[in-house]
Ligand binder design. Structure first.
Ligand code: GDP
Length: 516
């Protein structure tokens, strides 16, 4: 650690901060068993007598072999998705990541995937060689396999801390925890309890009775009931706070995971949160965050020339919002692009309508309420709201909206040829000719290329058709007929029809383009 940081630490009020640990690895290699074992043996949890709640993380107190008691926070949401999601939002959630490898099975594809996630996240890697109670366990083979992937373990020519354990019997787990604390001390994890609190959202859901509950992982400062806070586009005021054992708390400091109520919208997992002076500051920050999504040119074209379909997405919960965002990002087309002006959870509100109007956007509301007044406001503001409660349904409708922006595809079918035999009237607005159908048929209403010597002089439309001086809808091959031809679009200078010209008559079918 640089002296600069050490000096800074002295000036401010920093204290040692418990490490935040994530457990990753191949499926069935023992992540859950290890988390369960650690949790079950935790003295604090057993003594609290509370019913264990799943809040996405828990804190344990570990007594080291040399008799010191220290806290460790475990993120108990195994699975790479959650981990990488947090990383993708720029927050380094875990300080230390334990890569669990079953010593009997060895390195598997998901082990390597997990390793990649850990390396990208910047967390310090610790390897746990699990299932050592199994007779088939071959820890040396695992160490070699990891070495082949340039992960050199301590005792195997490298520096990566590692320990052999059995998550089932618990053998080696206490030493693994000692090792984690040692790594943590070397990392010099410190934070200031008097600072304004900040950290990461590690879980969030909406409960019909209790409203929005979010689990925060405090990484700096102290958060207390009554504090105002903001996480991404969600603002709130802490109404209640509880630890993973369900115990009510008045305040919490690092690296405690706490479940709080009081957010006015569902925060996104992985978003950083921070405490702000008051509710107004929280709301302003949340609004600024939602505007950060805004496209610069309303209704215009993207820099690459594509037409823009501007959309404001409102979803019921963060999970579906994220799924929809991904699927919308997956709508790829050469001529049109969907741009999310805003993406949020909760009811469609007045602010959404104002934003939609400003940016010529439509609102896509997924499983969320559109209050009657808001629907009226939307109608009077010319803002369209698409409502759906099936993800694919909403995505398909957004695709249809994109397709509406595309020019229709025209398919042309030649239906016949007519040879001009007589000219009765010529004017730039309409020409009356007589002729004979030499191929196919003639049909009222279709278009025709007026051709001379193999080149088209202009395009006209057969606006009237007569056979034997009677109006007809079509005339068959070999018959003579009279017709009025109205030019389509401006007539090229001097262009007119003449005896001997040939009309190639064609039907056109306009089709809306679809987007796959
Ligand atoms: P996860 O998918 O990584 O969370 O793996 P689990 O924790 O669910 O474990 C998968 C299986 O391996 C379960 O049947 C566990 O009981 C078993 N298991 C986990 N750790 C050990 C261990 O150390 N020794 C033995 N023998 N079995 C274990």
């Amino acid at each position: 650690m640089s002296t600069k940081i050490k000096q800074a630490n002295i000036k401010t009020n920093t204290e040692e901060r418990p490490p935040v640990v994530a457990i990753l690895g191949h499926i069935d290699h023992g992540k859950t068993t290890l988390l369960d074992y650690i949790r079950k043996t935790d003295i604090a949890a057993r003594e609290s007598g509370g019913i264990t709640q799943h809040i996405g993380a828990y804190e344990i107190i570990h007594t080291t072999s040399d008799g010191r008691t220290k806290k460790i926070t475990f993120i108990d949401t195994p699975g790479h998705e959650a981990f990488s999601q947090m990383r993708s939002r720029g927050a380094r959630v875990a300080d230390i990541a334990i890569l669990v490898v079953a010593a009997d099975e060895g390195v598997k594809p998901q082990t390597l995937e997990a390793l990649e996630h850990i390396q990208k996240s910047g967390a310090t890697l610790v390897v746990a060689l699990n299932k050592m109670d199994r007779p088939e366990a071959k820890p040396e083979r695992v160490k070699q396999q990891l070495a082949e992937k340039s992960v050199l373990l301590e005792g195997w020519g490298g520096t990566v801390p590692n320990h052999e354990i059995s998550a089932k019997t618990g053998k080696g787990v206490a030493e693994l925890l000692d090792l984690i604390l040692l790594v943590s001390e070397l990392e010099e994890l410190r934070a200031d309890p008097t600072a304004s609190a900040s950290g990461v959202i590690i879980e969030a859901h909406k409960d019909p009775r209790r409203g929005i509950t979010a689990t925060l992982l405090v990484k700096e400062g102290t958060i207390a009931v009554g504090d105002c806070l903001v996480a991404g586009t969600a603002a709130g005021k802490v109404k209640s706070m509880a630890d993973a054992n369900g115990g009510a708390l008045e305040q919490a400091t690092f690296s405690a995971p706490v479940a709080i109520t009081g957010f006015d919208a569902l925060p996104a997992v992985g978003d950083a949160f921070s405490v702000v002076p008051d509710k107004r500051a929280a709301e302003e920050k949340a609004r600024a965050a939602s505007l950060a999504h805004v496209v610069p040119a309303p209704g215009g074209r993207a820099p690459d020339g594509k037409k823009i379909l501007a959309v404001i997405l409102k979803a019921d919960v963060t999970g579906t919002r994220e799924a929809l965002e991904q699927m919308i990002a997956g709508i790829v087309h050469d001529e049109v692009v969907v741009q999310l002006v805003k993406s949020d959870t909760g009811e469609v509100n007045e602010g959404d309508i104002a934003l939609a109007k400003q940016f010529g956007a439509m609102i896509a509301a997924f499983k969320t309420k559109v209050p009657g007044m808001i629907a009226k406001l939307a109608a009077s503001s010319g803002v369209r709201i698409l409502e759906a409660d099936v993800i694919y349904g909403l995505v398909d409708r957004i695709k249809e909206e994109c397709a509406q922006l595309l020019a229709p595809q025209v398919t042309r079918t030649d239906i016949g040829t007519l040879s001009v035999l007589a000219l009765f009237k010529t004017s730039p607005t309409g020409m009356i000719v007589g002729g004979k159908v030499t191929k196919g048929k003639a049909e009222k209403g279709v278009k025709a290329d007026v051709r001379r010597g193999g080149t088209t002089i202009f395009v006209g439309k057969i606006s009237q058709l007569q056979h034997n001086k009677k109006d007809v809808s079509d005339v068959e091959l070999g018959r003579e007929c009279g017709m009025m031809i109205t030019p389509v679009g401006p007539l090229p200078p001097g262009a007119t029809i003449a005896v001997g010209d040939e009309l190639t008559m064609f039907a056109e079918e306009m089709r809306r383009q679809t987007i796959a």
